[in-house]
Design a protein around this ligand. Sequence first.
Ligand code: ZN
Ligand code: MG
Length: 382
Amino acid sequence: MKITVLLTLALLPIGTVYCQQPIQENAVTSQSYDHRIPSDPQEVRESPAAKNIILLIGDGMGLSQISSAFYFKETLPHFARFHNIGLMRTSSTERITDSAAGATAFSAGKKTYNGAIGVDSDTISIPTIVEILSEEMWKTGMISTSSITHATPASFYAHVKSRDMEEEIAAQLSTSQIDFIAGGGLAFFADTSRTDGKDYLQTLKNNGFTIQTEQLLNTVDPNQKYAFLLAKNQMSTVLEGRGDFLPQATKLALNYLSANSDNFFLMAEGSMIDWGGHGNNADFLVSEMIDFDEAIGIALDFAEKDGNTLVIVTADHETGGFTLSAGETYDEINPTFSNGGHSTALVPVAAYGPGSELFRGIYENTEIFHKMMRAVSHSKSN
Ligand code: ZN
Ligand code: MG
């Protein structure tokens, strides 16, 4: 891997929420630049209804981040396996989204304010796809390399007015209908580390969860629920030696979720692509991107065999204004960043399987929710 990195800023502590939006002197604020993309009333699914959904979110993964896998991964990226591709506008009720509002758009189909977890602009709870499908006996799973209570996964099962309320998010997760959890975040459940001294690991157990805090298991019993809480807060990075946790957790979740149910929904997040962008650290970013691509491969392998599974890969937003510019010669890539926050560039959406044709075109981030519901033929699709 040959990466020239000009900007390796001070090593920011991982785990800090890096979602400040720097204000630049020439920032555009005129209302006249905003155009909400209308949804397509003619849109019809051409394929049979999907029985399962795998939603893979690369946090902060814009087109340059995806492109980096095509130059720095030693094998052809799994992204090359998709044929149905779209573009998505990521704004929240602010022009530039954070991960909470971005994931809430996917999970519940509404634009909301930055920081909102599963609530609308008035902080009213809105039902998420996980809750809607769980009511209909779908099995559900959540995987992240951050804490499982971090903004992106939290927006699928929790309802709080601020992403910072991670102890409350953990409490809500422990009584949610989710069947499989893998990621970090142990500290937000354990009585020894919570500020209120309450024991939500016990609550998880009372709700049928087997809890593992050391490592993933090789096999799982489809009649139990599983919580793999493998770090106090975020998992380690790929560069620090996280290994193949994300693809392996994805594989384990798919084995588990498909074993004993007709339908499942799995969300898996490459959480740290975003953190590489915030830190303007190209080695960090690219290593997390390649790891995420491996998880995509696991999902596609499953979906190819299964035939009834819709796979969607997208990002909540781009981070860092990342680009793959020329180095000293045109045969050298010099990854560069334009800032340390999120950007509002359109991001790609790649889809495979039944319903994937719905994900072609250019649309708002809230359409991800509606298109997923349409793909499974759900009555709440509009
Ligand atoms: Zn971010
Ligand atoms: Mg995230």
